[in-house]
Design a protein around this ligand. Structure first.
Ligand code: 4NP
Length: 159
């Protein structure tokens, strides 16, 4: 059996977008029966929320779709993540710039915008932190669509 493919989602705070992506992608992977082939984690470029659980609005929105992200705890991105993970998916251009700065120094896996695996026309997952409830539904829709594309991409690698 080959080693699992390791996937990391990165946003700013690791309390809204990337834990949502971790939960949604885990569900997509489980439904495909590939949980033993793909490992999934998330982190944030910032350190404000380290050790905290996801935003209550993100937990509620995910729960409505049968996904429990409440047990997740925020951690900060580390340069070693670029050595440990095979795919580093960032949520917006600022995350991309921040992680690319580290990648230029460190090497390893090059970060890419997560939504490049979707076809919604959006390039960035908008930060819902200062928005209303609706923002979190939109985030989940974008993440869900890109998750299907990412899984397809990884399936081709696994084949
Ligand atoms: P996230 O959202 O990057 O999707 O987790 C944010 C959460 C917190 C903050 C910013 C974005 N903040 O500034 O505290």
């Amino acid at each position: 059996m080959t080693a699992p493919v390791k996937v990391l989602f990165v946003c700013l705070g690791n309390i809204c977008r990337s834990p949502s992506a971790e939960g949604v992608f885990r569900q997509v992977v489980q439904q495909a029966g590939l949980d033993d082939r793909i490992t999934i984690d998330s982190c944030g470029t910032g350190n404000w929320h380290v050790g905290k659980g996801p935003d209550s609005r993100a937990i509620a929105a995910a729960r409505k779709r049968g996904i429990d992200i409440a047990p997740l705890r925020a951690r900060q991105f580390d340069s070693e993540d670029l050595d440990r993970f095979d795919h580093v998916l960032v949520m917006d251009r600022q995350n991309l710039a921040d992680v690319r700065d580290v990648w230029r120094q460190n090497g390893g896996t090059e970060p890419v915008l997560f939504l490049q695996f979707g076809s919604s026309g959006y390039e960035e997952v908008p930060d819902p932190y200062y928005g209303g409830e609706h923002g979190f539904e939109h985030v989940l829709d974008l993440i869900n669509e890109a998750s299907e594309g990412l899984l397809q991409h990884i399936r081709e690698q696994l084949a």
